[in-house]
Write a protein that binds this ligand. Structure first.
Ligand SMILES: [Fe+2]
Length: 418
């Protein structure tokens, strides 16, 4: 396996396996079984499906090839919970995941227990096998990705329910606080090494580390706020064709977008994982598409950073901000740089392979590489990303019209300021 993965002991990995798997269950403690079945759009998967799919991943890629005499929990699950691995076989259509009232949530939880027991058994009996450890590590990173998706997806599900219930009643509401004025730091021109440095886990799409040429640039000192985005709206941002990319102009007109997803019509409240709340003008704006981020930047006399500019700047800021463990599950106002947490930051970079990129061998080569077309790279994680799941080299990616994730804006400019 060419990608550098974590070097940990079997005992350490066993503990980590237990805690990551447990977190998935904790995320649904305030949900009812009915909640976990609903799919509101093709991008959204039901919570129950997420819980089963990440389990299938361990069954298909760890247990079946590596645990002697392993027998599947249920043969039909292989079809139901394969996401997009064509080389692993046929799969249930993504837009129809919400039709799966069966298996029940209880059966999916039994499936999880069955697979957990088998993985722990494998770790105890086969602790010398480096490949197994790497695969389990990948499976846990995969589950952490789906933990974030579970929360963003159930947020969309609940937002479509006229009752608009909170997903969680126990989230900490952050008090609003004063923020610093928007300013820019000079970014060094020249050739810089970009990509995973080989210390700790990285996905294949963060490799290989390679030279990238950066021109003189400036990068914003914080995320764009709700108040700043509202000023863009009130200045006619959504009616000014000259601010928009052609595809973006078409999308906002076809879909009648005039504000971020989840804002109400008077721009003063928004749906959150804690229910409907007043909008904090100083908190980072979120749930905007790439098109909206790009138009805002043009209106502000700036542009979005490239993913290389972002990575160079983020490396200097090791402090991790408002992430899943902060228990806000919503962006909060901060005097910090906000490189990690709050919102994924749109970059101007198309999601493309790094020079010399090689996908993982076998079916897992389908994990990232086949999506490297027509999507944009986002960086930095969000308020529902686990703290140990984000780093400066991490690349996620979405279609430019996507906005149901926690997606926001940092600005950049060409040249150097004084
Ligand atoms: Fe997945």
């Amino acid at each position: 396996m060419p990608t550098p993965l974590a070097q940990v002991s079997a005992a350490g990995l066993s503990d980590r396996f237990r805690s990551v798997r447990q977190l998935s269950l904790e995320l649904i403690t305030e949900l009812q079984p009915e909640d976990t079945v609903v799919q509101t759009m093709p991008d959204v998967s039901p919570s129950k499906w997420h819980l089963a799919h990440v389990t299938w991943f361990f069954e298909r890629f760890v247990l079946e090839p590596h645990l002697n005499d392993y027998s599947r929990f249920d043969d039909q699950y292989h079809y139901l919970f394969n996401s997009y691995y064509n080389t692993a076989g046929q799969m249930h259509a993504r837009p129809k995941r919400g039709l799966l009232s069966r298996p029940t949530l209880a059966q999916v939880l039994d499936y999880r227990s069955y697979v957990d027991t088998a993985v722990q058994h494998l770790l105890q009996t086969d602790d010398s096998d480096e490949q197994v450890m790497q695969l389990i590590t990948l499976g846990l990173q995969h589950e952490q990705q789906h933990q974030e998706l579970l929360l963003t997806d159930i947020k969309h599900v609940f937002s479509c329910n006229p009752i608009r219930p909170p997903v969680s009643r126990t989230l900490a509401v952050a008090p609003s606080k004063a923020i610093v004025p928007y300013s820019y730091a000079n970014g060094a021109a020249g050739i810089h090494l970009i990509g995973a440095d080989g210390n700790g886990f990285a996905f294949d799409n963060e490799t290989p580390r390679h030279n990238a040429l950066l021109h003189e640039h400036q990068i914003g000192n914080r995320l764009v706020t709700n108040a700043e985005y509202r000023a863009f709206i009130e200045d006619g941002g959504y009616e000014s064709a000259e601010l928009w990319l052609s595809d973006g102009w078409a999308v906002i007109n076809e879909r009648a977008w005039n504000r971020p997803l989840y804002w109400n019509e008077s721009f003063d409240s928004e749906f959150t994982l804690g229910g409907e709340r007043d909008i904090d003008g100083n908190a980072p704006v979120c749930h905007v598409s790439f098109y909206e981020a790009d138009a805002f930047a043009r209106w502000a006399g700036a542009r979005l950073p490239t993913e290389f500019e972002w990575e160079l700047a983020a490396r200097k800021h090791t402090s991790k901000g408002n992430l899943l463990e902060s228990q806000h599950w919503h962006p909060v106002a901060s005097t910090g740089q906000q490189y990690f947490g709050d919102v994924w930051e749109w970059t101007s970079s198309s999601y493309a392979p790094y020079p010399g990129f090689k996908p993982l061998d076998g079916s897992l080569g389908e994990y990232n590489g086949k999506f490297m077309c027509n999507q944009m790279t986002v960086r930095g994680g969000s308020c529902v990303t686990s703290r140990d799941h984000i780093r400066a080299s991490y690349r996620s990616f979405f279609y430019p019209d996507a906005r149901w994730q926690f997606l926001g804006i940092r600005l950049a400019k060409d040249g150097h300021g004084r």
